[in-house]
Design a protein around this ligand. Structure first.
Ligand SMILES: [Mn+2]
Length: 331
C-alpha cells in the first residue's frame, strides 16, 4: 500500500531541493548501493545536484562493481545540502560516524527504509517493513513522482537491489509486488540476466576453494538447527580471498533442510574484530542476535560485528547470545 501522505512529502521535499546528499548503511549491500545510485541518477535526470556518500573504510562489495558509475561515491562533496536522504538504513549508528556528520549538514532530512528494526532519527521517514527492499519502495516513489525520469540505468540499479535483497526472489520477503516491480523494471530494457549473474551467481575459483575449506569445518549443534561457519584469516590467505568471497557459502548452508539458523563469522583486518552474518528460516528471528551486538537487519537476514580475542571466542559469544535470546526456541 502506498502511504500517500509520505509519498507526497517525498515529492514536496525533492521539489524544493536543488542539492541533495545521499547516504546508506555501513557494510553496504546491493540494496543500499542500488538505491543510492538509482536515486542519484533519477535526481540527476531531474536536473538536481546529487552526491552519494559511503562511510570511509567501507567498500562497495566486489559483486556490485559491474554497475555503471560505481566509483562516484565520495567523489564530489558540498559543504551544505538542501536535503539529505538516507536509504536502507533505520538506525543512525548504522550510518557511520563520518556519514552521520555529513548527513547533519543539510536543511532538510528524509529516511527511506524497509528494515524491521528501526530507530527513528529523522522527523520524516518512509518506512515500509513489508517491502522486499528499499529499491522496491524507490520504484513506487519514482512512479508516483514522475515516471519520466526513470531510465534504463535507474531500472538497472533498482533491479540490482531487488534481486540482492530477495536472493533472486527466493527469500520470504519476496511478495506479489516484488515480482510486479521486477517485471515493470524489465520493460526499461535492462539486461536482467547479466545483472543476476554479476550480482548474485558468479563466484571465482578462489571463492570455490574457500568454500571447500570452510564447509568441511562447519559446526552443527542444537539437533542441526544451528550451523556455524568460521572464516579465519588463514582461510582467506590460503585461498587468496577476502570477506566479499564468503557470500557464495551463505545461500548453500541455510538451504540445509534441518538448519534454521546459519551463522557466518569472518576474520577482519582488525585482529580483535569479527564480522558476523546471520540467516534464518521459519520462526527464528536472527535479528535478535545481531541487535544484541548493536547490529541490524531483518527477521531472516541480519549482521553485526563482534569484538573478541579470537574467532573461537566470538563463536562462544554467539552461542551464549543464542541461549539468552532463546531465538532457537519455538515459543
Ligand atoms: Mn535492504
Amino acid at each position: 500500500m502506498i502511504n500517500d501522505a509520505m509519498y507526497e512529502k517525498f515529492v514536496e521535499k525533492v521539489d524544493v531541493a536543488k542539492t541533495i546528499s545521499i547516504f546508506m548503511h555501513v557494510n553496504p549491500d546491493g540494496d543500499c548501493v542500488g538505491a543510492s545510485l538509482a536515486l542519484y541518477t533519477y535526481l540527476t535526470n531531474m536536473g538536481k545536484i546529487a552526491h552519494c556518500y559511503i562511510e570511509p573504510g567501507h567498500e562497495i562489495p566486489q559483486n556490485l562493481t559491474f554497475l555503471p558509475n560505481i566509483s562516484l561515491f565520495n567523489s564530489k562533496s558540498l559543504k551544505w545540502y538542501d536535503l539529505a536522504i538516507v536509504v536502507d538504513c533505520g538506525d543512525a549508528n548504522r550510518l557511520g560516524l563520518v556519514c552521520y556528520e555529513k548527513f547533519l549538514c543539510s536543511d532538510d532530512k528524509l529516511v527511506i527504509d524497509h528494515h524491521f528494526v528501526n530507530v527513528p532519527f529523522t522527523d520524516d521517514i518512509i518506512l515500509e517493513p513489508k517491502a522486499s527492499s528499499t529499491t522496491e519502495i524507490l520504484f513506487k516513489l519514482f512512479e508516483f513522482y514522475n515516471p519520466k525520469f526513470i531510465d534504463k540505468m535507474v531500472a538497472t540499479y533498482l533491479f540490482t537491489g531487488l534481486i540482492t535483497d530477495t536472493g533472486s526472489f527466493v527469500y520470504p520477503n519476496t511478495n506479489a509486488l516484488t515480482y510486479k516491480v521486477a517485471a515493470d523494471l524489465c520493460k526499461y530494457g535492462i539486461n536482467n540476466y547479466e545483472i543476476v549473474r554479476n550480482a548474485i551467481s558468479d563466484y571465482s575459483s578462489n571463492a570455490f576453494a574457500l568454500k571447500n575449506r570452510v564447509l568441511s569445518k562447519a559446526l552443527f549443534s542444537h539437533e542441526n538447527k544451528l550451523v556455524i561457519i568460521s572464516f579465519t584469516k588463514d582461510d582467506f590467505d590460503a585461498t587468496n580471498t577476502s570477506h566479499s568471497d564468503s557470500k557464495c557459502v551463505i545461500g548453500d548452508v541455510i538451504n540445509i533442510k534441518e538448519v534454521l539458523l546459519a551463522v557466518f563469522i569472518s576474520a577482519t583486518k582488525i585482529e580483535t574484530e569479527f564480522k558476523v552474518s546471520l540467516r534464518s528460516k521459519d520462526y527464528v528471528n536472527c535479528s535478535m542476535v545481531a541487535q544484541y551486538f548493536s547490529g541490524g537487519g531483518h527477521f531472516h537476514a541480519s549482521g553485526c560485528r563482534i569484538q573478541a580475542d579470537s574467532i573461537e571466542a566470538a563463536r562462544l559469544q554467539i552461542l551464549k547470545t543464542i541461549e539468552v535470546t532463546q531465538c532457537l526456541v519455538d515459543l
